[in-house]
Design a protein around this ligand. Structure first.
Ligand SMILES: NC(=O)c1ccc[n+]([C@@H]2O[C@H](COP(=O)([O-])OP(=O)(O)OC[C@H]3O[C@@H](n4cnc5c(N)ncnc54)[C@H](OP(=O)(O)O)[C@@H]3O)[C@@H](O)[C@H]2O)c1
Length: 256
């Protein structure tokens, strides 16, 4: 299939983590750009609300990407609609900020299960469809996967693994008609990310963004997603590292 022919046909994107934050914003941006989107997440009511907002171009599958059966059922329903042109791996998160010496094994395991193995699971299952459509695998990794920071422990390790997985997939697929794109955001102020990280502690979550002029928004990252996927099939945006202007690194942040 030529690039032009591909662009003139229906373009179906799967967005994991579509129930909130960057995933929800990416689903919206892609629908606005003319894509059909299937959103995946565990919370049906959030996905239903997004479906009400976005109309027919958005549908959803309730899916836990850490669960084999749940993911298999969702993928079978999706591929029955036709080839998938893009997979946006956005489901992910951080748990805690404990030092390595004191962190809980189960917290690390949960981050690996979601950020690494969940991303691997759904990517493996959708790859044949993406190959058929000259499609794209996109991961929302993190600058945490580039520059480790104290207390980052399992999150930095898992995001580093996610980035490496994307990079290796890119190398392994050379010669095949699939793009692999890694978007690594720095500080993005979303409603839930920090709150979940600190187990619902509002003051700890607010302190992450305190005094920072204009942290990135979910919409900023969604713009990157939509732009990268909108490039011609033969142009692979290997990596985007995007931060707020006020953030030089995780430990060098300007606060008013
Ligand atoms: N916010 C930041 O500063 C920042 C910076 C760099 C990178 N990132 C990365 O960007 C991604 C999105 O972050 P965000 O800020 O938008 O956070 P968020 O609002 O907490 O979004 C996380 C999404 O993942 C979904 N999810 C969690 N566990 C899941 C599972 N087992 N199966 C399927 N979906 C699951 C959640 O939906 P359900 O709970 O409904 O399942 C939710 O939609 C994450 O990968 C994060 O690591 C965030």
């Amino acid at each position: 299939m030529s690039t032009e022919a591909g662009m003139s046909q229906k373009r179906l994107a799967v967005v994991t983590g579509a129930s909130s934050g960057i995933g929800a914003a990416s689903a919206k941006a892609l629908v606005e750009a003319g894509w059909e989107v299937v959103g995946l997440a565990r919370r049906r009511e959030k996905l239903e609300a997004l479906a009400d907002e976005l109309g027919q171009a958005f549908s959803y599958q309730v899916c836990d990407i850490t669960d084999e059966d749940s993911t298999q059922i969702a993928v079978e329903a999706i591929v029955s609609k036709g080839p998938v042109k893009a997979l946006v791996n956005c489901a992910g998160g951080a748990i805690g900020k404990s030092p390595v010496a004191a962190s809980k094994i189960e917290d690390w395991r949960a981050m690996y299960e979601l950020n690494v193995l969940g991303t691997l699971r759904i990517t493996q299952k959708l790859l044949p469809s993406l190959q058929e459509s000259e499609g794209s695998v996109l991961v929302i990794s993190s600058t945490a996967g580039i520059e480790p920071y104290e207390g980052g422990g399992g999150y930095c390790a898992s995001k580093s693994a996610e980035r490496v997985m994307a990079r290796i997939l890119r190398l392994e697929l050379i010669g095949e008609p699939v793009r692999v794109i890694d978007i690594a955001p720095g500080m993005v102020h979303t409603d839930e990310f920090a709150l979940k990280r600190f187990d619902g502690d509002q003051s700890k979550a607010q302190a992450v963004y305190a005094g920072v002029p204009n942290p990135l928004t979910a919409e900023d990252i969604a713009d990157c997603v939509q732009w990268a996927l909108g490039q011609p099939d033969t142009v692979d945006i290997d990596q985007i590292v995007v931060r707020p202007r006020a953030e030089g690194s995780y430990t060098k942040v300007y606060r008013k």
